[in-house]
Write a protein that binds this ligand. Sequence first.
Ligand SMILES: CC(C)=CCC/C(C)=C(\C)COP(=O)(O)OP(=O)(O)O
Length: 387
Amino acid sequence: MTAAIPDTTDVSTAAAGPLRSLAQLLSGPSGLGTHSLRLAAAAVTEAVPEAVPDEPPAVERPSSPRIEGLYCPPAVRDDRALADEVNDRLVEWAEKEVDLYPDTSLRDGLLAFDAGRSVVLCHPDAPSIDHLMAAARLLIAENAVDDYFCEAEYGGTADRRGAALAVAQSAIDPAHNTPRYEADWRAGLDAHPALRSMRSAMDHFYTLSTPAQAHRFRHDIVNLYLGYGAEGDCISQRRTPPVWEYLVQRQFNSFRPCLTLTDSVGGYELPAHLFAEPAVQRAVALSSNAATICNDLYSLRKEQASERFHYSLPTVIAAEEDCSIHEAFQKAIEVHNEIVHLFEEQAAVLSATNPLVARFVTGLHNWVTGNHEWHAGNVGTRYATSP
Ligand SMILES: CC(C)=CCC/C(C)=C(\C)COP(=O)(O)OP(=O)(O)O
């Protein structure tokens, strides 16, 4: 069977999801840590256990347009009311604390993006709305850096991208020099909405992360910017890289920073020495790659409709294999599915090693499934377009 490239314009089929009260969520929606215990138990008895909870999923499916043949287990929970509450608080933060979009018409874009639903879907174990807000602010700020410094529509230019991203990194990785130049640096950050929002989002994140978790996040963000640079080079040269090079780039230019804060947002810490284990790093990379290739697949129609040069997993496969974009789309689905299966195998093995690691890889899995649900159901600005 051939999967159609998604047309996500049909709002009538968007997932509503069961509405659950905020109080219910805050009292522990699915039992913090209990998924990982189930996952750990399964790992002992099965070769490739299901890395998902055995309770009925909160997400009804198929309720929104999704890609035929794309393998992804259902998300653990969905909650429109809670997502709206997060969105409302995000708008307040964006407007009152950081003046993120001085052009107020962009406020609608912020709501349409629906970061609230993303974090609600991807972090079902968050112990409070403050934890969800920490993830949501960072998500919005990361997108602002991409929009303002890398996307041509917002003024990003190839000849300034590297310099702009170095300054963007300093918003979360402070400059230390003489008081005079530190003051100049602070004024530089204050002058730009993306920099203000990144710094503020990080300040909020510090309140619920340990120094090691914050350090992990900074490291993942600087790698993200390495990926932005690679993508920017290819776009300005209109170069379609070979598939292997594309996958290398996409591993950096990925959702990884959103996944690796799963423990901070879940209210616990995977210690740095466990996070650094090569087997854990492989699980992080595979889950982040799966989530990001999912974005490639759901964004293809939008990118094809755009005037700009774009490349993604389907287009690099089409170029390398000299096949139609439809055939390449199928092949990209297969790559995605294989990566999800590899991740689940890795997660199962890891879950048997240590309860904290089990909890962490369950968090990664939650992010992959929640991200898929968000992309399938997001009929906001980023995915709503027809060719
Ligand atoms: C939020 C975050 C860490 C994003 C970093 C990577 C990124 C911009 C994506 C994975 C999205 O990719 P892309 O730029 O292709 O986005 P859209 O297709 O426009 O959603």
